[in-house]
Design a protein around this ligand. Structure first.
Ligand code: SAH
Ligand code: SF4
Length: 381
């Protein structure tokens, strides 16, 4: 929270934290709401622009605090309206944020970590290894930056961003406190006022943290399933060896019932040619999920160099979808968006580079490995 200059970054503070901050500098708590509106509704990062804050307090704030988002390295706009930002975080790494417009809906896909320790076999972020956790300011900062780029001021009127999914780089449940704080800001009326149904956290299955999540927040949950049995899931999603399907689905059910209302789990399933896309996998999946209130989202694999996987044919995708549909599931196929700017799921690698040099980098990042004790032990424990 505190920068090298010793100033507190107000961007990532939740309302209670902001109130505490103002008390700590001898000011009234109501200032929290005023300043939060300037930051999140109007995208302001300059205390002097806060016209309802007196000059003396503005000077005081300048001395002890700042409003600092991650540095924008690039912003690309695809021919289909998809936008992608590469931002640099304090650790020096870059992460990506993607905006996907779809009719009246605008979904922002936000990153939680630079790299990821969980090493799912078909994910390019996983191939980088873990680099760092984003701060709460860096997580909400992605929403702040995207929102400002639409010039939609205030943010709560005529919104460009109607939904947020924690489906960018990283495993959000392994950066728990910062992600939860940022999601509170997404939902808070003093932040971005997005409904809890429209903020979704996607996890590959860190079971204890799913239970922990229910104690802190009531956002929607998405589970990255990718395989209908433990043997195959162990291969594709290695954390399955620690938290196998049975305990994982029970944890998801507990989370959904803790929400205490009619909401369904989103099940994500990346389709990999000849690996998990056969009819027998769809059949097994229908049995596995028969008692789980869910909607299924099939994601045809987005290729990247040296992945060793291929995207199934359209026929194979349709056959898989049809089977589940006839078995009574609500099942959609995620269309690939922003392909011309490499913004598709699993293509987020957080680097800015000449696209012709991408494959060289994939080789380089494979050698980096995981640098975090904490992340490594999350896998071992
Ligand atoms: N770590 C979290 C959230 C980020 S990944 C998780 O795993 O759920 C967001 C989604 O994209 C996940 O379902 C992930 O499995 C999927 N994904 C990763 N790489 C992919 C690829 N190359 N093609 C298609 N989907 C991919
Ligand atoms: Fe990490 Fe998710 Fe990629 Fe798996 S799919 S390596 S959990 S970002």
């Amino acid at each position: 929270m505190t920068t090298s200059a010793g100033k507190i970054n107000l961007l990532g503070l939740t309302q209670p934290e902001m109130e505490k901050f103002f008390e700590s500098i001898g000011e009234k708590r109501f200032r929290a709401g005023q300043v939060m509106k300037w930051i999140h509704h109007f995208g302001v990062d300059d205390f002097d622009a806060m016209s309802n804050v007196g000059k003396a307090l503005r000077e005081k704030l300048k001395g002890v605090a700042e409003i600092r988002g991650p540095e924008v390295v690039s912003e690309d706009i695809s021919s289909d309206g998809t936008r992608k930002w590469v931002v640099r975080v304090a650790s020096g790494s870059c992460v990506e944020t993607v905006y996907i417009p779809q009719g009246k809906r605008g979904t922002l896909c936000v990153s939680s970590q630079a790299g990821c320790a969980l090493d799912c076999s078909f994910c390019s972020t996983g191939k980088q290894g873990f680099n760092s956790n984003l701060t709460a300011a860096e997580v909400i900062g992605q929403v702040w930056i995207a929102n400002k780029s639409f010039g939609s001021v205030p943010a709560t009127v005529d919104r460009a961003i109607t939904n947020v999914v924690m489906m960018g780089m990283g495993e959000p449940l392994l950066n728990f406190d910062n992600v939860v704080a940022a999601m509170h800001l997404m939902m808070d009326d003093l932040g971005y006022g997005i409904s809890k149904r429209r903020v979704t956290l996607s996890t590959s299955g860190v079971v204890p943290m799913i239970d922990e999540l229910a104690k802190h927040i009531d956002v929607s949950l998405a589970l990255s399933l990718h395989a209908p049995n433990d043997a195959l899931r162990n291969e594709l999603v290695p954390i399955n060896k620690k938290y196998p399907l049975k305990v994982l689905l029970e944890a998801c059910q507990r989370y959904m019932s803790a929400l205490g209302e009619k909401r369904v789990l989103t099940v994500e399933y990346t389709l990999l040619k000849d690996v998990n896309d056969q009819l027998e996998h769809a059949q097994e999946m229908a049995v596995l999920l028969k008692d789980v209130p869910c909607k299924i989202n099939l994601i045809p694999f987005n290729p990247f160099p040296h992945s060793g996987y291929e995207r199934p044919s359209n026929n194979a995708i349709r056959r898989f979808q049809d089977y589940l549909h006839h078995a009574g599931f609500n099942v959609t196929v995620r269309t690939t968006r922003g392909e011309d700017i490499d913004a598709a799921c699993g293509q987020l690698v957080g680097q800015v580079m000449d696209r012709t040099r991408r494959s060289e980098r994939y080789i380089a990042v494979r050698q980096l490995g995981s640098e975090s004790e904490q992340q490594d032990s999350a896998m071992r424990n």
